[in-house]
Write a protein that binds this ligand. Structure first.
Ligand SMILES: Nc1ncnc2c1ncn2[C@@H]1O[C@H](COP(=O)(O)OP(=O)(O)OP(=O)(O)O)[C@@H](O)[C@H]1O
Length: 229
């Protein structure tokens, strides 16, 4: 589903490579934690999958395509197959919960009847039934992240990339968000989550890929946050 082959990334002003010869394969349906110190290259990996950046050398494949080779008009196609969730939720403050999720379908031209059935179904799935008319500031941080997840998932992407999705949430709320990501993964969506949240990683016991200075230094099937090396 996602494959990195000898991928290096040197940013224009970067002194050293943000990624250094990374080779990594993530199969369809997997749940993978990307861990590592700040600056180790986690977000860069996610940005390469979305073609927000291109590798300096090596190849990144997603959904069977070499992402660098995609023509410009195919990039929106890629981004429709790859939902994204961030630490800071990124909701539209003056739109309701319903509208924040519906927008993801409107921009890809889905018909109104589809939106009117799919958005409530998805809000129900993320535990927000009954909150459709609230504005983001009228719900909690955990609920805002659920809206962001609903928006990312409403068109049933093949892959969900989450960059520190629990970074702004307390531990109890974070566990709820993780259960939700686990449920989404159980529907067949591949989930890749960059995180510093050691408790979550230790509790979930999923595959853990650790980066250190842009290199993969650990890849464990059922790993913990900080394994003794
Ligand atoms: N646009 C950029 N221009 C120059 N250097 C960058 C850019 N983005 C990231 N970097 C550098 O690349 C390296 C990897 O950054 P990246 O954001 O991928 O790390 P990260 O593991 O996601 O960190 P964090 O956990 O703090 O989010 C860092 O040294 C960072 O300073």
């Amino acid at each position: 589903m996602i494959r990195f082959e000898n991928v290096s990334k040197v940013y224009a002003r970067g002194a050293r490579p943000a990624l250094d010869q990374v080779t990594l394969e993530i199969e369809r349906g997997e749940f993978v934690f990307l861990v590592g110190a700040s600056g180790s290259g986690k977000s860069t990996c996610l940005r390469l999958v979305l073609r927000e950046e291109r590798p300096t050398s090596g190849q990144v494949f997603a959904l069977g395509r070499d992402v660098s080779q995609l023509s410009r008009w195919k990039v929106p196609w890629l981004r429709r197959q790859v939902g994204t969730v961030f630490q800071d939720f990124r909701l539209l403050p003056d739109k309701t919960v319903f509208e924040n999720v519906a927008i993801a379908l409107q921009v890809i031209g889905k018909p109104r009847h589809h939106i009117l059935t799919t958005v409530p179904e998805t809000l129900d799935l993320v535990g927000l039934a009954g909150k459709e008319r609230r504005l983001p500031h009228e719900i909690s941080g955990g609920e805002q992240q659920r809206v962001a997840i609903a928006r990312a998932f409403v068109n049933r992407p093949a892959v969900l990339l989450a960059d520190e999705p629990t970074g702004n949430l307390d531990p109890t709320t974070s566990i709820g968000i993780m259960r939700l990501l686990d449920r989404i993964n159980a529907t067949g969506t591949t989930v890749v989550m960059a995180t510093h949240d050691d408790e979550i990683v230790d509790e979930m016991r999923k595959r853990v890929v650790e980066l250190d200075d842009g290199r993969v230094v650990r890849d464990e099937v059922s790993g913990v946050y900080g394994a003794a090396r």
